[in-house]
Design a protein around this ligand. Sequence first.
Ligand SMILES: Cc1ncc(COP(=O)(O)O)c(C=O)c1O
Length: 311
Amino acid sequence: MLTTPLLRLSERLAQLTTSATVALNGKMSQMKAHGIDVISFGQGEPDFPTPAPIKAAAVQAIEANKTRYTPAGGIAELREAVAQRLLADSGISYTAAQISITSGVKEGLFLAFLAVCDAGDEVIVPAPYWVSYIEQVRLAGATPVVIDTDEATRFKVTPAMLAQHLTPRTRVLVLSSPSNPTGAVYTAEELHALAEVLRQPQFAGVLIFTDEIYDQICYIPYARWLRVAPDFAERTLVFNGWSKTYAMTGWRLGYVAGAKPILTAIRDIQGTRPRTPIQWRSMRLLPPTPPRPRLRRRLPQWCRRSTPAAT
Ligand SMILES: Cc1ncc(COP(=O)(O)O)c(C=O)c1O
């Protein structure tokens, strides 16, 4: 029989609280079981199934034996499609070497924190935040620095708040717009103002992680970070994926794009590749004009049903 010392877990894990997403889901199920009408602000799960053509194309890819290992970072065709999409979205040209396909944005973010953070580095995370950011930062050995926001700023960070929290140890600012859980969306003017703060020479080493997973589920014109501040392209990692837009949360596919040395590091850590047939399928969803008409038709329905906390 195994004795306790053998079952010792790493010190790294001691810093990890039980997955907040999992804890929240458990709590929600409990409340529902007690007949309480509850809305989850944890995992963002679209309430329609993966569209039939997507499912059919994945089956086709399997039948065509597109089932082998792919290159690290994903198949070239999908990375090219992502590059076209990024060019259309933000006007920035990326090469395939600057893009990696990941098992969801969640994996992309984790790999990125591992790639750029050391112990003592600080990562600024505006609150309320998607629960995984904090745990990922801690697992990467860095320290989360939370900026609390509330209704007064419509759940957004102002330049003054950002300036107050930046230190010589700041390594990353996480930008999440539209935000889960608040639905807050930064305007172009607000992003311009944040960029002004970050342009100060003493903050030249701060990277921006822009999590754009909800960009297509936005009820007002979307201001994209790199469209507003293209001079930050070298300092920005863009995260996006298929989970929310195409109700593919369980398929686990996302991407990260940014400076080549960081993407090379991400691929080195990643080692294993996202699911091959799904990569082939997803290629056809992306280029070049988002979103697909079917999705566009859904937006008014979502809009009617939801009341984002802030715009
Ligand atoms: C803000 C945010 N980013 C990323 C993710 C994870 O996306 P993926 O399914 O691509 O890992 C979620 C999921 O709830 C989210 O809310």
